[in-house]
Design a protein around this ligand. Structure first.
Ligand SMILES: [Zn+2]
Length: 350
């Protein structure tokens, strides 16, 4: 029997990451950090909105896996509505109400899982990474963008298409302009790109968030002040979310999380202050920029499992229909017997 593979496709603004896992390794009981059968990175074509199915098929083909592809998971950025299979909106990729599942299924002929890239990142971390076996987690990637994804009671929270948009909570109304049209959103104050820009202004050199973290580690006063401000606004936004959801783990990802304990320690300390008596563990994500593609693999596995359940339900329906039919046949036989008995009776009378 040919080995089966599940493929995850993470469509980003500039790159598409694609990864294949053996079907056994991708299922719910997976071991930590599963070794992919293959992975690839391709540039995101500009016209992807008009040919999503084809682009995903090409990305899967680029893996050249020997195994037969049993299902594909696709995750995209922007506003996403998992339940309807629609990518509602992406400013970067230029689509509106794109029926991703429909297009990918038509182009590939296999079962398709679909989701949002940040929520998929959390799903990846919870199946294969730092949030494995954890039920109540808030995942916050701090990259160019900032967003949140929640696992509550072991389930990914999927609300409206705005779910998780914590990066656009305004933390400083007089702050820098944000791509969303507002000013001073969390992501333009405390995101990795924003901190890199802020530190560049201070130093007069083109530097990134990594350089800022380095300066913080050296105890550079202006760097420490910037860092503390970022920690303060970040925790001001996430604390109510953690409290409302009853999260036990805050998992930080994205470029800024490379700072490790330089970030997790002050965040832990400030959360203690904001949420006295509640011990929130703060940790760094472990799958790096592969998390969303691996989460897409998990979505593919879930789509197959849902399909199997639906097939079981159909089979159960068919069995029930057979039982009814058998019952009807038995009734018919009884009915056929009855006139025979009548005939016998009639004969006896004559
Ligand atoms: Zn914004």
């Amino acid at each position: 029997m040919t080995q089966q593979a599940l493929v995850g496709v993470d469509v980003g603004g500039t790159r598409i990451k694609v990864v294949a896992l053996a079907r056994g390794a991708a299922d719910g009981t997976a071991t930590q950090d599963p070794t992919p059968l293959a992975e690839a990175v391709l540039p995101t074509p500009r016209d992807i909105g008009s040919r999503m199915g084809e682009v995903v098929r090409e990305a899967v083909d680029a893996l050249h896996v020997e195994a037969s592809v049993a299902a594909i998971g696709v995750v995209v950025p922007g506003l996403v509505e998992e339940r309807s299979g629609l990518a509602r909106y992406s400013a970067n990729l230029g689509w509106r109400d794109l029926p991703v599942v429909e297009h990918v299924r038509a182009a590939t002929g296999v079962e398709v899982g679909f989701g949002h890239d940040v929520r998929a990142g959390l799903l990846g971390e919870s199946r294969y990474g730092a949030a494995r076996l954890r039920d109540d987690v808030l995942f916050v990637p701090l990259g160019t963008g900032v967003a949140g994804a929640l696992l509550s009671g072991g389930r990914l929270v999927l609300g409206s298409e705005w779910t998780g948009e914590i990066g656009h909570v305004v933390v400083d109304p007089a702050g820098p302009p944000c791509g969303c049209g507002a000013r001073g959103c969390l992501e333009v104050v405390a995101g990795a790109a924003a901190l890199g820009r802020a530190w560049s202004e201070v130093t007069g050199q083109r530097v990134g968030a990594d350089d800022l973290a380095h300066a913080v580690a050296q105890g550079e006063k202006r760097a420490v002040a910037l860092w503390q401000h970022a920690v303060r606004v970040l925790t001001d936004v996430v604390a109510p979310v953690l409290a409302g959801a009853g999260s036990r783990l805050l998992l930080l990802g994205g470029g800024l999380s490379n700072a490790g304990s330089l970030l997790t320690e002050p965040v832990t300390e400030r959360l203690r202050l904001l949420m006295p008596g509640r011990e929130i563990e703060v940790a760094v994500a472990s799958l790096g920029d592969r998390a969303a593609a691996l989460g897409a693999v998990a979505l593919a596995a879930d789509a197959l499992a849902a399909d199997a359940l639906a097939a079981d339900a159909l089979a159960a329906d068919a069995l029930a229909a057979d039982a009814l039919a058998a019952d009807a046949l038995a009734d018919d036989a009884l009915a056929a017997d009855a006139p025979a008995r009548d005939t016998v009776g009639a004969e006896e009378q004559s």
